[in-house]
Design a protein around this ligand. Structure first.
Ligand code: SAM
Length: 167
């Protein structure tokens, strides 16, 4: 979804799954789920998705360990939404840790982080970005391949895209 926060991840996964899979999408903001629902409906996405108004830390209540092919995280705040409802280091790392357990062998986690929450009152700053980067660094390299990428020519703390592949 890069940084737009408009449900692109959910749409892509829904189309990729088709009739054979199911997509669970979490957000704690109704507006984000509304945007996503509108996007999927207008693209005629298959009816293989469930939009859930809950924290992504609850994702393990919706899938069994080792059964999920792909998990995407679009961290930060919803553009045009409530910036006080941005993601935070502790809950994001809890959700990421749970997603490692849910992932199949060969499965993929994609993660995009907005590194600076300018509108959150200045208290978050780089806290989430730094905490997530530290967490990624200590993952066992025999179990997970972690690829960090960057928006090379974009100024002002651009988002950081990351892939984790369970080997
Ligand atoms: N989920 C949308 C998407 O992927 O298109 C919006 C992405 S936006 C960059 C970040 C979103 O994280 C905000 O909409 C915010 O409400 C949501 N959020 C914050 N804390 C969360 C949590 N603990 N669990 C799930 N979503 C959370």
């Amino acid at each position: 979804d890069a940084t737009m926060g408009n449900g692109n991840d959910t749409l892509l996964l829904s189309v990729l799954c088709g009739k054979n899979g199911h997509v669970y999408a979490f957000d704690i903001q109704e507006q984000a789920l509304c945007n996503t629902r509108r996007k999927l409906q207008s693209a005629n996405a298959p009816a293989n998705y469930t939009l859930i108004l809950r924290s992504h830390t609850d994702m393990d209540q919706y899938a069994a360990p080792g059964t999920v092919s792909c998990i995407t995280f679009n961290l930060g705040y919803l553009p045009g939404g409530d910036h006080t409802k941005a993601t935070h280091a502790i809950s994001s790392i809890t959700a990421l840790s749970k997603s490692l357990l849910l992932l199949k062998k060969g499965g993929l986690i994609s993660l995009c982080m907005i590194s600076l929450c300018i509108y959150s009152g200045g208290d978050s700053g780089f806290e989430e970005r730094d905490a997530v980067l530290n967490w990624l660094k200590q993952l066992d390299p025999r179990q997970y391949l972690v690829i960090r990428s960057d928006y090379y020519n974009r100024p002002n703390n651009p988002p950081i895209p990351v892939l984790i592949i369970r080997q």
